[in-house]
Design a binder for this molecule. Sequence first.
Ligand SMILES: Cc1cc2nc3c(=O)[nH]c(=O)nc-3n(C[C@H](O)[C@H](O)[C@H](O)COP(=O)(O)OP(=O)(O)OC[C@H]3O[C@@H](n4cnc5c(N)ncnc54)[C@H](O)[C@@H]3O)c2cc1C
Length: 361
Amino acid sequence: MKVAIMGAGLSGLSCAIMLERNGITPTIFEKRSRTGDRFVNGEAFMSFLTKPIDDVVRYLAEEFQLYIQPVSPINRLSFHSENENAIIDAQTGFINIRGRHRLSLENQLTDQLQTDIQFHASKSYESMLREYTHVILAPGDASYAEKLRNFTEKLSVSLKGAIVEGEFDNDHVRVWLNNDIAPNGYAYLLPLSSSKANLVMAYPDAVSASKEQTEKQWALLLNSACAQVNQHLHVTDQFQITNYKIGLCHAPRIGNTFFTGNCFGAIMPFLGFGQFESILTGIYAAYDICGYGKYEDYTRPLRKSFHDSFILRRGMETLNNDAFNFIVKQLDGRIGERLFSTDRNIVRAGSFLLRPFVWMK
Ligand SMILES: Cc1cc2nc3c(=O)[nH]c(=O)nc-3n(C[C@H](O)[C@H](O)[C@H](O)COP(=O)(O)OP(=O)(O)OC[C@H]3O[C@@H](n4cnc5c(N)ncnc54)[C@H](O)[C@@H]3O)c2cc1C
């Protein structure tokens, strides 16, 4: 058996680790010069998105002996709408770092791998098919799934963000639900340390904004962030991503080709989270190759989550600032704490309630 992995990101590395532990040495191709060779950013694991799995760090360790060390738990979540603020004090997830940082998730996974990675690799899928018995497509986007007519795009989003310097509580994440700042989307301030944080706005490309409008929204977000943390935030290292595709592959496996991570459809449409799902698809592809079960069966719950998450996203897009004000007001205090601490999967419950309205639209 000869396995090729295209992409040394979350899903590719997780797959490689599991294959290696089962006696299969894959060949890993990474187009960049080292793992995580891109801008540094903070990302989150939110437990309300992964219920009934409450603690993904513990779950990955106990179920798969895959060890990740977040930079901080999230113990406080603040929501800001146009006129309301809510504070939720509950353990709601974890913050981790991605990209060119020694503690980035991709570097942590690389440390758990014995096999050498082939960097600066530009091997095509077609040549992999000829030379290997199994191919894992883990390039972090849907391009190959699309080329093989195996992907339905549901929406695409833009993300504009920066590292901001100031003084932060490491465990406090702030979220903006305000259409003046992120139309039909959201914005967040996610600390990477006590002196650096990520300030990001994410919104669907369908709400096409001119460059001037985007700059105005960014200025509004920065002002609001400065006001909320009561200090001047110094902006460094800006980034912008457009046309970040969110969708789902039709077949998770075609022949001996496995679609993993974002190439599978790991990004959940509601808030664009996909780290945990990407890691799982990598593990599941390896388990299939090792003969433990079928990739299609393992990934079925992720497909269901994708559809639930998509309905919630469509529901969110109908909300105006008055609705956001109402929601944020309700979230403040005990109601929010109970909602974020419940064992129920609120994405599933929310999509069940919203389904008739979204279908009618
Ligand atoms: C700005 C931003 C913020 C996000 N925030 C969150 C968040 O807070 N929480 C969350 O859960 N998710 C978040 N996500 C989504 C999450 O990062 C992705 O779902 C996840 O990283 C996808 O993993 P992957 O394995 O598919 O790809 P990646 O981890 O991106 O890895 C893909 C790798 O493949 C390599 N590659 C690409 N093409 C080739 C090729 N042809 N040959 C060889 N190598 C190749 C790339 O260089 C890269 O190293 C965010 C995404 C973005 C962009």
